[in-house]
Design a protein around this ligand. Structure first.
Ligand SMILES: C[S@@+](CC[C@H](N)C(=O)[O-])C[C@H]1O[C@@H](n2cnc3c(N)ncnc32)[C@H](O)[C@@H]1O
Length: 285
C-alpha cells in the first residue's frame, strides 16, 4: 500500500511551489515572538539525495529547483527558497534537496515546535535519525490525519499544518477534506496548507471547490489558492499537469508576496507552451 516514495519527485515543480509557500508562511509566523507549532501530517524523509538512484531515475528536480538555482531575477519568496536549499547543501551546489521538515527546521526558533508524522517505515527511520534529537521536534511513525486531534489547538494558539499526501489512493481526497474541517473546527485560526495535484481525475478536479467551501465555513481569515500548470497529460490522459497549494487562514501578506512568484514559475518551469498560473483568494483573505 505504501508504494509512494517522495525521493523520485524531490525538488520538482510541485515541491518548489509547496516549499516556497511553506517558507513564506513560517517567516510570517516568525514576525511575532510567541512560539508556534508546525504539524506535518505527511512528512516524508525530511531530505533527499539528488544523486541517488531514486532522484536520478526521473531527474524531476532538473525541471524544478535546478532551473532556479542560478537565476538573478527571482521574486523574493523564490530567492528565499533557493537560499534555504543552498544552506541545506552547505553552500556546495545542488546535491540534496530539503523536504518540508527540513525547511521548517531551518526556520524554527527555540520557542517553536515541530510535530512530524510519517507512515512509511524507511522514510520514518531516515527522518527520525536526523530530526528526533533536535529540541522541540517530535517525529512519529503514525497516521498524520489522526494526529490533528492531539496536536490542535497548540497551547500558544499559533499553529501551521501542512497536509501533503501522495494521493495514490483515492481515499486521500476525502481524508484531506475531513482533515481541513477537523483542523478548523478545533482551531479556527490555524494556518492549514494543503498540496493538491492537478490530474485528469474527477476527485482531483472537485477537491479545490470542496476545500474552498470548507474554509468559507470554518476559517476565520478565508483562503488563498495558488495553481501552477506546467505540463500536458499524455495521450491516455495520464500524468500530472501541475499542482496547487491551498491555504486556509493565509497570512495577510501572502497574496501579494505570491503575485510575482506564480507567473515567474509558469514561465521558468514550463514544459509546454500552455504553462500558466492562477492565484485566487476569498473575500476574507
Ligand atoms: C508527498 S510525500 C511528503 C513530502 C513532504 N511533505 C515534503 O514536502 O518534503 C507524502 C508522504 O506521506 C507518507 N504517507 C502516506 N500516507 C500517510 C499517512 N496516512 N500518514 C502519514 N504519512 C503518510 C508517504 O509515505 C510519503 O512519504
Amino acid at each position: 500500500m505504501l508504494a509512494y516514495r517522495h525521493a523520485f519527485h524531490a525538488g520538482n515543480h510541485a515541491d518548489v511551489l509547496k516549499h516556497t509557500v511553506l517558507a513564506a508562511v513560517l517567516h510570517h509566523m516568525n514576525l511575532k515572538d510567541k512560539g508556534w507549532r508546525y504539524i506535518d501530517t505527511h512528512a516524508g524523509a525530511g531530505g533527499y539525495s539528488l544523486q541517488g538512484d531514486y532522484a536520478k531515475k526521473r531527474a524531476e528536480f532538473e525541471q524544478g529547483i535546478a532551473v532556479l538555482m542560478d537565476k538573478t531575477d527571482l521574486p523574493a519568496p523564490l530567492a528565499e527558497l533557493v537560499r534555504l536549499v543552498r544552506e541545506f547543501n552547505g553552500n556546495k551546489g545542488l546535491i540534496q534537496y530539503p523536504g518540508s521538515p527540513a525547511i521548517a527546521r531551518a526556520l524554527m526558533r527555540p520557542q517553536d515546535q515541530l510535530r512530524l508524522y510519517e507512515l512509511h517505515p524507511t522514510d520514518h527511520k531516515i527522518l527520525d535519525s536526523y530530526m528526533a534529537e533536535v529540541p522541540g521536534v517530535e517525529v512519529k511513525q503514525g497516521d498524520g490525519y489522526a494526529s490533528l486531534k492531539s496536536q490542535l489547538p497548540p497551547t500558544t494558539k499559533r499553529g501551521v499544518v501542512l497536509i501533503d499526501p501522495p494521493y495514490e489512493i483515492k481515499t486521500d481526497y476525502l481524508r484531506v477534506l475531513g482533515a481541513l474541517r477537523e483542523a478548523l473546527e478545533r482551531f479556527p485560526d490555524c494556518v492549514v496548507i494543503i498540496w493538491l495535484p492537478q490530474l485528469q481525475l474527477v476527485e482531483a478536479a472537485q477537491l479545490p471547490q470542496r476545500l474552498k467551501a470548507a474554509a468559507d465555513a470554518g476559517a476565520k481569515k478565508g483562503w488563498l489558492n495558488a495553481r501552477l500548470t506546467v505540463a500536458q497529460a499524455d495521450a491516455r490522459g495520464f500524468g500530472m499537469l501541475g499542482s496547487s497549494v491551498f491555504i486556509a487562514n493565509p497570512p495577510h501578506t501572502l497574496h501579494d508576496e505570491l503575485q510575482p512568484v506564480m507567473p515567474y514559475l509558469a514561465q521558468a518551469l514550463a514544459q509546454f507552451d500552455g504553462a500558466r498560473s492562477a492565484l485566487e483568494r476569498s473575500a476574507k483573505a
